[in-house]
Design a protein around this ligand. Sequence first.
Ligand code: HEM
Length: 288
Amino acid sequence: MATEGLTQRRQGVTEKAGDREKPMSTEEDELKKPVVSTMETELERAEAELAPRLPQYLGVFFAAGLTFMSIYILWPYAEQGAERVFTAEELALYDGVKRKQLLLAILGDVFDVTEGQRHYGPGNGYHHFVGKDASRAFVTGKFTDGLTDDVSGLSASEYSGLQEWHSFYVKSDKYRYVGKLAGRFYDEAGRGTKALEDLHSEFKKAERMKELQIAEVGKYPTCNSRWSSAEGGFVSCTSGYPRKVFITGGTTSRCACFQYSELDQPNQEAYPDCDPYATECQVSQPGT
Ligand code: HEM
């Protein structure tokens, strides 16, 4: 029947009755068919294209992220390792006013002491060390007219003191070495000068002197001492006789105990107004 045939066609079931059912196209189906298949194809193609690329893109993003994070994390360390040669004018800028950072130089090595704001900040006790190399003042204590890097002619103990101050900044957890100062100890390329060589030989001499002094103290023990404003100052020896000795390589003297057989040794003298065989001598008067 015509109606039946039409229904069958509309339902798109069969053209021919039987076991094998073959889809039959209507006009609508024909219209829809290519659209659906195009969309599916496009989707499939896009998926196919994306499928292998997605991990690639992820890889690129991941690598970029990793690079960014590495730079972010390692930058401070890279900066720490960065060493530069400052001119005196550049160094002078880092005084906590012109630039917030506080830099000081000692023996031509520049350190960032910003962490020590309470010592070196503007208006604080050791601000005069900032923005310059005032090495000499570290051992002379001349903070107004002695702010210079000329360290020639110091005593052995002063050279030792200077070396200790330098080590203090080198070893500090708070402060950071940032470079060299072009001038007395380094040239513009950061190479050590003759003055640096001379300084190192002074340090060596000072070290030898220190060893001698230690040996001296071991040989001639230091006297006992007591002081009160009512009685004054006294030196005494539990064993031997008090003698004033000049410290090798130093500018000061100390009291050492000499045995009777050692009293003819050079470089020692008896205390004035004191019996040479007394075991105790007065060295300062009451109230002084
Ligand atoms: C040649 C003489 C002196 C020099 C070159 C000198 C230098 C310094 C320097 C550079 C600092 C800062 C250390 C740091 O960065 O942590 C400091 C700290 C200090 N100085 Fe002196 N100083 C001298 C004499 C004196 C004297 C005579 C006194 C005491 C009467 C003194 C008391 C102090 C004190 C209390 C501190 C702070 C310590 C701390 O808080 O960690 N200084 N000195």
